[in-house]
Design a protein around this ligand. Structure first.
Ligand SMILES: [Zn+2]
Length: 92
């Protein structure tokens, strides 16, 4: 067994597998794109890796914030109406 493989094996067993690998998975889970197996795999890592837990929390907050912003920026109906009126009154 090569040294690199050995290190990876130890990392995996101790839950210190390459976190970058889990970052992608975190995004998939947040976006509901992950399979149940992938989610279990990630949850197992989250029990041991505070770094990824932090990342998951951050991403979730970010997603919520973005959602909130989208709701906040919905065009008010009176603005839409005034734009419509302007267009109708504009002679080409
Ligand atoms: Zn991690």
């Amino acid at each position: 067994m090569g040294v690199k493989k050995l290190i990876n094996n130890v990392r995996f067993k101790t839950g210190m597998a390459n976190c970058a690998e889990y970052m992608d998975l975190i995004h998939d889970v947040i976006d509901d794109q992950a399979t149940p197996d992938q989610e279990v795999y990630l949850r197992r890592h989250l029990k041991m890796c505070l770094k990824c837990v932090d990342h998951l929390n951050l991403e979730q907050e970010l997603k919520m914030a973005i959602k909130q912003k989208i709701v906040d920026r919905a065009v008010p109906s009176d603005l839409a109406e005034s734009i419509r009126t302007k267009i109708e009154n504009t002679t080409l």
